[in-house]
Design a binder for this molecule. Structure first.
Ligand code: NAD
Length: 419
């Protein structure tokens, strides 16, 4: 996934999107100068003792794009194709995403260029602890709060929390989110992104007068975000007709039994071989006639080559950047209703914020509380974005960027320029 982004020069794309929204906002030049580029960039070299006794060097990054609204917030990615340009782009998108859902965080992102699939647990732990100590001057509950991203997880967050806490001399759970529950993680964090996708999709259906009951749903990428969104839509009586993973696409025009499919995926590790479903090609999956298409796998999944065949009325971007700019234009022109990633998948960072609040207060909420607050944030944000879209006659993506950027611009104006 990172390769595709890198080919597109992810940071360049982020800057172009910024300019588009900033032009629509008629944002003054001085503010543009202040908020367009990352505030801080740290590149670190990580020597790690491998299991064979030799030392191997890895390169890592932490970027804080903007902290005018609060501490930087954003995940840490472990992937062979991680580059500084990609991390800068992801940090930029985090700034606008946090501002769209109006949580008091800025944007950050981190990454280590490595292939965790080829590393033992011991190697991963040593690399993670070395990375955590290398970025220690930047992170902290009031400064910059990492979280999991591609190929990082709750265990890795636990190692970062421990490394930070050992250095301070006392436990600091609020330094990362996406932790195990027993270390101060939040109930509902695991399914937060998929749940947020569900809430925004529900709002889109209401707006387009599409009944959820019986609406046909196609999910590309039946992983964490995709499967939770599918499950909630299924519970609301939508018809999940097709899903895919990195190997196969399965289809049943009468609807797949989603709870059983989740169990099948858990036990076999794949969607393939699910009873009662036929196998189709990835191209056929994207071209299925449906009310809701959820790209929940990779960046640049829908391009100018396949966008013309997409027939979905609503496209809910669970993944980050699943549409190329060309695909975006084609689908907008066709009249598809796109729920852009920085709105659609913001449920994850929103519950990360809830986790941080609970850690700081040492007071934990039940799952019902988390879900109710998340629903409020997602539906309010959806309404805010649609309002800008309607008033300014722009795309949903530009409207979301305009909302995020205008909020960051406002705090920047109020705080003024130091010194
Ligand atoms: P995941 O690894 O749990 O799931 C990804 C799924 O996509 C897997 O089932 C994988 O097999 C499948 N997949 C990979 N390549 C595919 C392909 N070519 N075609 C079809 N399926 C393919 O990851 P996730 O956490 O669900 O994240 C998915 C997307 O959502 C990513 O773009 C991620 O950045 C974004 N996202 C996730 C979160 C979160 O909290 N999990 C938050 C914000 C954004």
């Amino acid at each position: 996934m990172s390769t595709a982004l890198a080919e597109k020069n992810a940071h360049q794309l982020a800057l172009e999107n910024f300019d588009l929204a900033a032009d629509a906002l008629q944002l003054e030049g001085d503010i543009r100068e202040m908020i367009k580029y990352p505030e801080r960039i740290l590149t670190v070299t990580l020597p790690v003792r491998m299991d064979n006794g030799r030392i191997r060097r890895f390169e890592g990054f932490r970027v804080q794009h903007n902290t005018s609204r609060g501490p930087a917030k954003g995940g840490i990615r472990y992937h062979p194709n991680v580059t500084l340009e990609e991390v800068k782009a992801l940090a930029t998108w985090m700034t606008w995403k946090c501002a769209v859902v109006n949580i008091p965080f800025g944007g950050g992102k981190g990454g280590v260029t490595c292939n965790p699939k080829d590393m033992s647990q011991g190697e991963l732990e040593r690399m993670t602890r070395r990375y955590a100590s290398a970025i220690l001057p930047l992170i902290g509950p009031a400064q910059d709060i990492p979280a999991p991203d591609v190929y990082t997880n709750a265990q890795i967050m636990a190692w970062i929390m421990d490394t930070y806490s050992m250095t301070k001399g006392f436990p600091v759970s609020g330094v990362v989110t996406g932790k195990p529950i027993s270390l101060g993680g939040s109930l509902g964090r695991n399914e937060a992104t998929g749940r947020g996708v569900f809430y925004t999709t529900q709002s889109a259906c209401e707006r387009l007068h599409i009944p959820i009951k019986g609406a046909r749903v196609v999910v590309q990428g039946f992983g964490n975000a995709g499967s939770v969104a599918a499950h909630l839509l299924d519970s609301a009586q939508a018809l999940v007709v097709a899903v895919s993973d990195s190997r196969d696409c399965i289809y049943n025009k009468n609807g797949l039994d989603v709870p059983k499919l989740m169990m099948h995926k858990d036990s076999t590790g794949a969607v393939a071989g699910f009873p009662g479903a036929e196998t189709i090609s990835p191209a056929e999956l994207l071209a299925l006639e449906c009310e809701i298409l959820i790209p929940a796998a990779l960046e640049n999944a829908i391009t100018m080559d396949n966008a013309g065949r997409v027939r979905a009325k609503i496209i809910a971007e669970a993944a980050n950047g699943p549409l190329t700019p060309e695909a975006d234009t084609i689908l907008e022109d066709k009249g598809s209703f796109i729920i852009p990633d920085i709105l659609c998948n913001a449920g994850g960072v929103t519950v990360s914020y809830f986790e941080w609040v609970q850690d700081e207060q040492h007071l934990f909420w039940d799952a019902h509380d988390v879900y109710a607050r998340l629903e409020r944030v997602m539906t309010t944000s959806f309404i805010d974005v649609v309002k800008i879209r309607d008033e300014r006659k722009v795309s949903m993506r530009t409207a979301a960027n305009m909302l995020g950027i205008s909020r960051v611009a406002e705090t920047t104006r109020l705080r003024g320029l130091f010194p």
